[in-house]
Write a protein that binds this ligand. Sequence first.
Ligand code: ADP
Length: 400
Amino acid sequence: MKILVINCGSSSLKYQLIDSETENVLAKGLCERIGIEGGSLTHQAAGKEKITLKKEMPEHTTAVQMVIEALTDKEHGVIASLDEIGAVGHRIVHGGEKFAGSVIITKEVVQAIEECCDLAPLHNPANLIGIRSCEEIMPDVPQAAVFDTAFHQTMPEKAYLYGLPYEYYEKYKVRRYGFHGTSHDFVSARAAAMLGKDRNDLRIIVCHLGNGASISAVKYGKSVDTSMGLTPLEGLIMGTRCGDLDPAIVGFIGEKEHLSYQEMSDVMNKKSGVLGMSGISSDFRDLGEAAAAGNERAKMTLEAYAYRAAKYIGAYTAAMGGVDVIAFTAGVGENNCAVRSMIGSYLEFLGTTIDEEKNSLRGEELILSTPESRVCVMVVPTNEELAIARETLRLVCERR
Ligand code: ADP
């Protein structure tokens, strides 16, 4: 079956068409500037050259229409008609406490996702528009919702409750939800498979280090804690997000700088993290180059980044009563040997030794630790689109 995986943002739409039998990506692409002047679609069919089409996309339905046209195009397409798409899988950011797993989309599911908009005002409305656009264009094709939060719904109360009056949890559902769940699930399962072991026998710490970054504790197959919280702002220092702060800082800086909460939120989400700390870039390649050229702030930023990540690994080791596997994934985790090595240097107390020669490789499945290491340290490339396609296939087959 050919499955269209859609990740719909407020002004963008990423897609992949995946053949569920071979798990090959037949085509992928990105619509940008939806609803903003200067729209464009970048599309690439496997084995063909990348093309860019400039066209205004006043709303998401036009974008979905353009994706279908690109997929069925005689020259750049990969399918003869819409009928070849067997199902659509949507990445949905927030499922609140309502969804502990993926589901086939029904009217009730749409309503429940709507009810979670409060918790992810930037993401869920865009995800819903993606669903509605696909329904409009492909009314008979089953659609599935795969939630970023679902895998972490197994966290116990002691991990998800904040030290706030309990009524805020009761009234507004203010608690830790965690994100990147599809990736933490996929990577922990793959790490166990690479070792020829059952995930249910392992305590795994997954370090998803991309632009957005989070660490999770996966104990015997279940997420028991994760660094992101009510929103994806908590936890690690990220590309442009600050991660953990003393909550009093928000009011303190807001007052000094005369910033509204919205403006302060912008600072914390878009101008902080390694970008704000270094004053150079949110991209770790630029930071690495600057540090190598002797830039002290770049060095300090990378050190702070690695230190924060190592602290979470220590915390989650305690949370699980030990750790068997530490798996690095996403852009930085898969490719940045220097960051992995800096984090690894804190982990010797766990009896962890990293083979620096293996650590110099990147972008592939790897075991970085030496055979004597008490904890297995690995690189496991994530593939959220494939995970969504697998979930969609499973649900569609179960329904039959
Ligand atoms: P997103 O959260 O946007 O999906 P990614 O997982 O793609 O983010 O991660 C983006 C980060 O990965 C960037 O900071 C980038 O510097 C880093 N990265 C990607 N490729 C490399 C590489 N070859 N070497 C070092 N860092 C890399």
